[in-house]
Design a protein around this ligand. Sequence first.
Ligand code: C5P
Length: 234
Amino acid sequence: MDKRELIVALDVQTRAEAEARVKLLGDAVDFYKIGLELYTAEGPDVVKAVKAFGKKVFLDLKFHDIPNTVAKAVKSGGKLGVDLMTIHAVGGKAMIQAAHAAAAEYGAAAPKILAVTVLTSLDQSDLADIGVKDRTPAGQVEAMAKFAVANGANGLVCSAFDVGGLSPLLPAGTLFVTPGVRPAGAAVGDQKRVATPAVAVKGGATHLVVGRPILAAADPVAAARAIRAEMDSL
Ligand code: C5P
């Protein structure tokens, strides 16, 4: 199995704060997630800034629009040199295929497209509200995961807790990017269902997204290195 990647969630509001964290972590971390908060505040400049440090970027904007618009947004991400991008699987077959095709135009440098299946904030009654009445959240996650990958998604965002059940159902080479990771003994914060790096990796995670357990640690470099060591030991 290829080396698994550790991705640090840059959950900050300004480009200056983002740059300070990337600088602080230095060569302990080479992959960062930029999400809606930071991107909406700072735009593509923050992606360029992180790339300028020689780091990889997971641009987590969860696109969900008509196929043409999503394809163009993926193209813009490819132009910025991002490595991973997210779309919502419920955007449908044509949208997923369009995202895949737009990414493929970048050849070897193509951003990998990850599908979000069911937001972890949704429960059974939320699904019923949007018309999904015949599946449990877990059943919906499984169905959407298979659907997204069959239509060209390179992988999935899924909880570190659920990856073990999902990975055997999907083709080899599927990426599993898992937030909700907590080293044994770390503060759980607002996460409800967390797994240790070892559990996530053993379950098939290829990329672990970790925010506060690294950025809020007394020694962020040591925290990142400890998680990396746990991942590499498996
Ligand atoms: O600080 P923490 O490690 O909890 O950060 C996890 C990151 O992963 C955050 O950026 C959060 O928004 C994201 N995420 C998550 N759970 C999901 C999807 C994304 O925690 N289901």
